[in-house]
Design a protein around this ligand. Sequence first.
Ligand code: CAA
Length: 378
Amino acid sequence: MEFSLSEEQVLIRDMARDFAKNELDPNAGEWDQTAEFPVDAIKQMAELGLMGVNIPEDLGGAQCGPVALSLAITEIAKGCASCGVTMSVTNMVCEVIDKFGTPEQREKYCPRITSGEYLAGAFCLSEAGAGSDPGAMKVTAKKAGDKWILDGEKMWITSGTYAGVHVVWARTGGKGTQGISCFLVEGDNPGLKPGKKEDKMGLRASNTVPVLFEECEVPSSALLGAENEGFKVAMMALDGGRIGIASQALGIGLSAQEAAVEYAKERRQFGRPIGDFQAIQWMLADNETELAAAKHLTMRAAWLKEVGKPFTQEASMAKTWTTEAANRVCDNAIQVHGGYGYVKEYSVERNYRDVRVTRIYEGTNQVQRIVIGRNLLV
Ligand code: CAA
């Protein structure tokens, strides 16, 4: 059994770590307050190769694999969780085009994402009435000669205002999970209208909007994968995306823990640093242990993907454990800070708000347990 990283993986991790420390962490508090999408930072991330970490070099990617991608998302999320989710979803979109696209689709879209020409990619699956149950989606795509016409509204779309390309699921045939197809729609298509930005509890610098499709015309070449086979494309993409969210939650948890350890050394009560007290040490010890377990589960899921083995269950286990552990870690980090943890001057307040959604998006943790449970009982 080998636990060490390759030289390349260490390089990517350290590069992402340095960038996050110098460019993201000092600004993350302000971006949170202004709820501003950090365009320049996102462009810089593309320049560093972070928008196509697991994409082949001939498509402009870094070709470093899923383990390196997970490591990089963790580092970026440690500096700015909003940048972490933007990166995770954009990489997922690029991967789904790389995996299911025709040579023309891959060559057209992947380099635009990896180079930063497109600020982001969007994953348009959820709708108002189709969240945990995407098989209930109502957005339609109807054939009209050599075109498709999309109509309806998607919801909770990460980077929906800024994405150069949207991967959109729409109903083209029968009921439920059958009869769903997947399309590539460019961000400047006149029939695609991003709606009002959601006013969120956390991840305030990430962009989350509804996206309306109104007689949105795309050519027949916009179909991604086979007609009526789109649901499986979504599920396979989400398997990888869930490793991304586990990695993001890990980064948020690590940020909170680092702040809590520092604070425990500096803050004095009863004439000594509060870290001298077992009550504080135990919280820090629990945090460290939970994060270590989270890291191992996340790395294992990423490694299984890297070596081409099934990883659906492991991705759901990593997502469930890591996001729940990170929520507990952020809660403890506030407790260590006492009243100071409850004010915006301290980053743990933002960590606590940012981490909450990781138990909800890319499949609630209840859905993850369905995936794990069904896998056990086949
Ligand atoms: N890989 C390949 N195929 C899969 C699969 C997988 N991981 N999971 C399911 N399938 C296939 C099944 O084998 C089945 O195939 P057949 O029709 O040939 O039998 C088909 O897909 C339908 O599967 P199910 O019957 O299991 O479907 P279901 O309706 O019972 O749903 C579910 C299962 C796990 C609950 C699924 O609906 C799900 O994952 N829901 C959550 C959706 C989600 O994660 N949304 C996140 C939105 S994106 C987001 O949040 C991004 C962001 O902005 C941060």
